[in-house]
Design a protein around this ligand. Structure first.
Ligand code: DQA
Length: 150
C-alpha cells in the first residue's frame, strides 16, 4: 500500500504540555491517531514519526524521497518545528530528491515573533498550512492525496 509520511521535528513530542495557549492541549499520539484515520480514508498507509534531531529528519526525508521515486509513497507532511527557521539541510533534502512536501505549522507563525516568519522550507514545499491548529495535519494529508490524484 502506498504511504504518506508525517514527520515532526523538535519539541513536538511535548504537544499537550508545551504552551497549550499556542499549541492546544492535544497530544502528539492523539494527532497520530487522527492522521491514521484520515490517511486510511484517503486510501494510504500512514508513517508517523517525531525526532528532536535534525540529521534524523534529513535521513527520513531522503528515505521518503526514495520511496516516492519507487512509487511507494506520495510524500511528506512536515512540521519541522524550530528547524523550519534554521535548516538549510532539511530544505536541501526536500529539493535534492524532489520530495512532495506539505509544510505544516500548528500556530500562525506570522502572528508570532519575527524570526518565525521566515522558513527555509517554504520555497521548496509543495504547499504550506499555518495556523489551523492540529487540523493542519489532516489538511496536509488530504492535500497530498489530492495532489497525487490530480
Ligand atoms: C511550529 C512553529 C515553530 O515556530 C515552532 O518552533 C514549533 C512549532 C508550529 O507547529 O506552530 O516548534 O512549527
Amino acid at each position: 500500500m502506498t504511504n504518506i509520511y508525517v514527520l515532526n521535528g523538535p519539541n513536538l513530542n511535548l504537544l499537550g504540555v508545551r504552551d497549550p495557549a499556542v499549541y492546544g492541549s492535544e497530544t502528539l499520539s492523539h494527532v497520530e491517531k487522527r492522521c491514521a484515520t484520515v490517511a486510511d480514508e484517503c486510501g494510504f498507509e500512514l508513517d508517523f514519526r517525531q525526532s528532536n534531531h535534525e540529521g534524523e529528519l534529513v535521513d527520513w526525508i531522503q528515505e521518503a524521497g526514495r520511496q516516492v521515486a519507487e512509487g511507494q509513497s506520495i510524500g511528506v507532511v512536515l512540521n519541522a518545528g524550530a528547524y523550519t527557521h534554521t535548516s538549510v539541510a532539511l530544505a536541501d533534502a526536500i529539493s535534492g530528491l524532489s520530495v512532495p512536501t506539505i509544510e505544516v505549522h500548528i500556530s500562525n507563525v506570522h502572528a508570532r515573533e519575527a524570526f518565525r516568519g521566515h522558513s527555509y522550507l517554504s520555497a521548496v514545499a509543495a504547499g504550506i498550512i499555518v495556523g489551523l491548529g492540529t487540523y493542519g495535519y489532516e489538511a496536509g494529508i488530504r492535500a497530498l492525496a489530492y495532489r497525487a490524484q490530480a
